[in-house]
Write a protein of this length. Structure first.
Length: 317
């Protein structure tokens, strides 16, 4: 397995990095190289999976309240036996990172590297992500070409040794709907051009999301709150919390597109998220939440819930 220094050297030797250092985007020479090396240092991650498994114990007060239920796990097993796997999942909760990866680990499926927002990398949790879980810190909204080129190159090199688990929506859905995907990480993964790589659509659904009391009030994300504050709220609201988490794996999607074409990558990413949407398990709480209106009568609620179920049935859900 490649060491961190070997991965760094491999990234620096890639053509797109060499072109950037030569001035393809304005900066050049030592300034451009220093910028690239700074981003590589930020992205460096190490997965120590025996320690990752041990994380279940300090997080037990939350994890014991979420019953993890895998579906079609055999497709993930078969895909990892056949080659490299890129998992693409919807994003509902901060607990997704734990729930979905523990479902794989508890069932003997090869552990992937997970891509997580850089806001999760502050304080002690950041040390755990960087040196134990092997998570990659992602700057979601940056347009810095130096960062984007470095990120894509780094992901491509990591995929030579690891599977990847990421969330094409970027952040969590604040309304419950699957958001339009972002293509940056998908493009980076596809550019790795691994001979036996597939994308595995994955869906996670909860009876109740632990952060629902906060997300439901906002519906859309307005500002980035410190993760330490969100974590404190999650621990506080975990009192009395119980939920099932269904993690459903779909059929592997082979990569048969021109990865240099932005439109083809966009279409491919939308096709993957369409598959995720079809996998998503609509639970009774979601039906009632969709049907509910202020001051609604029980009779009207039942009628609206039946209409939701009829719509889902007509679409093959």
């Amino acid at each position: 397995m490649a060491t961190l220094d070997e991965i760094t050297e491999a990234v620096l030797s890639r053509q797109e990095i060499a072109r950037y250092i030569e001035g393809s985007h304005g900066e050049s020479g030592g300034v451009a190289r220093k910028r690239i090396q700074g981003y590589l240092e930020e992205l460096r991650t190490t997965q120590r999976y025996p320690f990752y498994r041990a994380l279940k114990h300090p997080l037990y007060p939350i994890l014991r309240k979420i019953e993890r239920i895998p579906e079609h796990l055999e497709t993930a097993r078969a895909a990892t036996r056949a080659g490299r796997v890129v998992y693409a999942s919807n994003h509902k909760s901060h607990t997704d990172y734990l729930v979905e990866l523990l479902v794989l680990d508890e069932n003997g499926v090869r552990p992937p590297i997970v891509a997580a927002g850089i806001n999760l990398f502050g304080g002690p949790l950041g040390l755990l992500h960087r040196h134990v879980t092997g998570a990659i810190p992602i700057r979601r909204n940056t347009r810095d070409p130096g960062y984007l080129i470095t990120l894509k190159a780094y992901v491509a090199e990591l995929l030579r040794e690891h599977d990847l688990f990421f969330y094409p929506e970027g952040g969590r859905s604040y309304s419950g709907e699957i958001k339009n995907p972002k293509t940056g990480l998908m493009h980076a993964a596809l550019q790795a051009e691994h001979e036996h790589m597939v994308v595995l659509p994955t869906a996670v659904a909860y009876d109740l999301v632990l952060e629902d009391h906060v997300l439901a009030r906002q519906r859309i994300k307005r500002t980035q709150r410190p993760f330490s504050r969100e974590l404190a709220e999650m621990v506080r609201y975990a009192v009395g919390y119980r939920s099932r988490a269904f993690v459903t794996f779909g059929k592997p999607i082979t990569v048969d597109i021109d990865v240099s074409s932005r439109s083809e990558v966009m279409d491919f990413t939308h096709a993957v998220m369409d598959a995720v949407g079809r996998l998503y398990k609509v639970l009774p709480t979601a039906v009632i939440a969709n049907a509910m209106r202020p001051s609604i009568t029980l009779h009207d609620l039942e009628g609206r819930a039946d209409a939701v179920i009829d719509t889902l049935r007509a679409r093959g859900a």
